[in-house]
Structures are given as structure tokens and as C-alpha cells.
Ligand binder design. Structure first.
Ligand code: FDA
Length: 392
């Protein structure tokens, strides 16, 4: 049987980063992936330019049952450390918005860099190879694979979450955790569009294609970003963000035209141009189709001059406090990440090693750490992969 110091399952962001670090320490490292190419999610992420980190990394921007867990790895290998690696490799980048950093060119540059650095560190990469059972044997582990068993002193599980099964996501890592007695915090799709019941959707469908800035709130959390109306419900960055906090049965509040006193605007217009339709005034701050929809929702008819204060307040309320009740999400089919995962109480925050299973590590998305939209999830993959790579 072939023997290695470290076998890493999953050649995604976290697995490859861990492999480079362990290889540079002189460990004999094997990386196994069932896909035909490594780092497929890196390649397609950020519209092909990979939003590889965020300038504003902070523990409160990660969800976990233990919100402080991610801090150790994030502090030891920071966004600045990752940026320094890209700079050293001559990969140009820019900040798009809200601290989000993207490659100037193609995301493939990052995949190529990681593959090259793995090769330079002497890492053996085996693609199109299916891992099976992992078991403890003679002071180390044996990993069954479709090309025969391999043994190693350390095994790193970096197989990601359940998001986008079409791209090879399997939930394999959770099964391995459970087979070693490690609990898994319930998984659910996150950074995912929200869906509505047919009745509510019927009204929304007319708005499909409209994108507007908004504040979206649920569960005492708010995000100020764009909302996109779609044929299936709501999407756009603000909705993807809030989807990580929203739960079935919760209402969602949409505050359109954030920063505008809509009631004051309508009252002023009633004095200055009373013959205008209210929707014409709203169309100064919102797309015309949306303004018309909101006017109808508020049950407003006739020109501004004919509107009572109560009617004006009702219309302003329809704009700034639009309460909706999603029925679900689009699920793992389109979710960018998986919420939940291997329970952090059973992992050492500094090394990502299972407390009760020396030599067994979990890194990246398979762990119960989920970042906000905007480069936070890749930073977790780099930081956690790096941390495990120092000791595996
Ligand atoms: P990742 O999923 O990257 O890698 C897991 C690897 O394990 C894969 O190569 C897979 O083939 C392999 N694998 C899975 N099951 C296996 C099995 N049973 N056997 C063998 N191999 C197996 N984040 C961000 O910060 N910025 C962004 O711009 C984006 N954009 C984005 C777009 C889209 C469309 C998606 C779906 C996701 C994002 N993300 C993102 C999230 C980001 O891609 C994600 O958090 C990281 O890729 C997680 O890295 P991991 O290495 O943990 O898993």
C-alpha cells in the first residue's frame, strides 16, 4: 500500500492551500479529488474573476454555532497574507465594492498558482479518484480509493459542502465526520435566492428583472445592497446575505429607497405638483414599473392633491416597510455555500484537528463556519487550510 504523511481529500481552495503548506514543511502529501480538474469553484466564482477575499474580515461576518471559532485561523493567515501571495505571483487585483477583492483577469490565474505551488512543494495530485471509507489503522489512517487504498499519518477532509451538486458537491465530509463520532450541525443552503408561494409570486413576477438598492431585514439583521426581482422570487446580494439568517416562517422586510424620507418627498410634491400621480414622484427614486406596483399595493388612486395624509403615509410605508413572507430557498442547486457542518466544539480552533481523533483535520466549507457574501468564504478556506497545513 502507498504511504504518505498527509492525505488530503478535496482539491478545492482549502485542500490545495493546506497541501502547499504541508508540502513546504517537507511532508509527503497526496491530494485526492473525484473531479477531473482542481479548484472548479474558484474558477467559476465571482463571475470568473474570483472574489478571493475581503478587506473587512471580522469574526462577526462568519456564521457558526461558535462565532469565535474562526478567529484563530483568520488571524494567523489574514487577507493581507493572501494578497501578498497574489502580489508575489504578479496576479493583479482590484477592490470592487464593500472591501471585495477580485482578480483583474481570470480566476484561473489563482487555480494555476495553487497547482504550481503544490507541484513546487512536491505534492502528488490525483484527480478523477473516488475516496471511500477512512479508517484508523496502526497509528495512522487508511483511505480506500477507487485506485486502491493509501495510508497516512494525517488525513485532511477538504471536500466542501453540499452546494451545487452538479459541480461535484457530495456531503462526503459530513459522513466521514460522523463515522469518527464527530457531530455535524444541521446543514442548509445559504447565500441563496428566496422563493415565494404562488399567490405572492403572482404579484412579484411582474417586477422580474428589476434591481434596486434596498435594506433587507430579518432576524434582527439587515443588509444594504441590491435586491433583484426574479420570476421565482427575490435574489441579488442583499437577499443572498439575508438568506443565511432567514428561517422558514420568518417575515422579511424590504426598505426600498434607503436614505430617502419618502413621506416627506410625497408631501412636498403634493404641494408643489398636486396634479402629478404619486407613482410619478416615486419614479424619481425607483424604477417606474416598481413605482406603479407599489402605488397599486397601497391602494392609491388619483393625483397627489387628492391624497390624505393617511394615504401618503400608507404609500410611504409600502415603499419603506414592505413585509414579505418567503416560503423557502432555491436550495443547494444554486446556493453558494452550506450553512452548518462539522461541529466546531469538536475541533481545535488553532489547527482544525478533531479533538478526539488526532491526525484527522477538517478545513474549509465542510466545517460549521460560513462567511458572508463577498470573499469571506474563500478567506476561510485559505486560513483554515493554512492552519491545518502547519501541523498535519
Ligand atoms: P470546495 O467546494 O471549493 O472544494 C471541495 C473539493 O472537494 C472539490 O474539488 C470537489 O470536487 C471535492 N469533492 C467533493 N466531494 C468529494 C468526494 N466525495 N470525493 C472526492 N472529492 C470530493 N466564495 C467567495 O469567497 N467568493 C466568491 O466569489 C465565491 N463565489 C462563488 C460562486 C459560486 C457559484 C459558488 C458555488 C460558490 C462561491 N463561493 C465564493 C463559495 C466558495 O466557492 C466556497 O466557500 C469555497 O470553494 C469552499 O472551499 P472548499 O475548499 O472548502 O470547498
Amino acid at each position: 500500500m502507498e504511504n504518505f504523511d498527509v492525505v488530503i481529500l478535496g482539491a478545492g481552495a482549502a485542500g490545495m492551500f493546506c497541501a502547499i503548506e504541508a508540502g513546504r514543511r517537507g511532508r509527503r502529501v497526496l491530494v485526492i479529488d473525484h473531479a477531473r480538474a482542481p479548484g472548479e469553484k474558484i474558477r467559476i466564482s465571482g463571475g470568473g474573476r474570483c472574489n478571493f477575499t475581503n478587506l473587512n474580515i471580522a469574526p462577526e461576518r462568519f456564521l457558526s454555532q461558535n462565532p469565535r471559532f474562526a478567529l484563530s485561523a483568520l488571524k494567523r493567515f489574514t487577507q493581507w497574507d493572501f494578497i501578498a501571495r497574489l502580489d508575489a505571483a504578479g496576479i493583479a487585483w482590484h477592490e470592487k465594492t464593500l472591501g471585495q477583492l477580485f482578480c483583474d483577469g481570470s480566476a484561473t490565474q489563482i487555480v494555476d498558482l495553487l497547482v504550481r505551488q503544490m507541484r513546487e512543494a512536491g505534492v502528488d495530485l490525483r484527480l478523477a479518484t473516488e475516496p471511500g471509507e477512512v479508517r484508523r489503522e496502526a497509528g495512522g489512517f487508511v483511505v480506500e480509493t477507487s485506485r486502491g487504498p493509501v495510508s497516512a499519518a494525517s488525513v485532511v477532509i477538504a471536500t466542501g459542502g453540499k452546494s451545487i451538486p452538479k459541480m461535484g458537491a457530495t456531503g462526503y465530509g459530513y459522513r466521514i465526520a460522523e463515522s469518527f463520532g464527530l457531530p455535524v450541525v444541521e446543514t442548509r443552503p445559504a447565500l441563496v435566492p428566496l422563493t415565494f408561494a404562488e399567490q405572492e409570486l403572482a404579484g412579484l413576477k411582474a417586477l422580474a428583472g428589476i434591481a434596486v438598492p434596498a435594506r433587507v431585514s430579518a432576524a434582527n439583521t439587515s443588509f444594504d445592497e441590491a435586491v433583484l426581482f426574479t420570476h421565482r422570487g427575490l435574489s441579488g446580494p442583499a437577499i443572498l446575505q439575508i438568506s443565511s439568517y432567514w428561517r422558514e416562517g420568518m417575515a422579511l422586510r424590504l426598505s426600498l429607497a434607503p436614505g430617502t424620507d419618502v413621506a416627506a418627498l410625497l408631501r412636498q410634491a403634493r404641494v408643489a405638483s398636486g396634479r402629478s400621480a404619486p407613482r410619478t414622484v416615486l419614479a424619481q427614486i425607483l424604477p417606474e414599473r416598481l413605482a406603479r406596483h407599489l402605488e397599486a399595493r397601497a391602494g392609491i388612486d388619483g393625483p397627489l392633491a387628492a391624497q390624505s395624509n393617511a394615504a401618503i403615509d400608507r404609500l410611504a410605508q409600502a415603499v419603506t416597510a414592505w413585509d414579505m413572507r418567503p416560503v423557502g430557498t432555491e436550495g443547494f442547486r444554486t446556493a453558494e455555500v452550506t450553512l452548518g457542518g462539522v461541529d466546531t466544539r469538536h475541533l481545535d480552533a488553532r489547527t482544525l484537528q478533531a479533538r478526539t481523533q488526532p491526525g484527522l483535520f477538517f478545513v474549509g466549507e465542510v466545517v460549521d463556519v460560513t462567511g458572508w457574501l463577498g470573499g469571506y468564504n474563500f478567506q476561510w478556506a485559505w486560513s483554515s487550510g493554512w492552519a491545518a497545513g502547519q501541523v498535519a
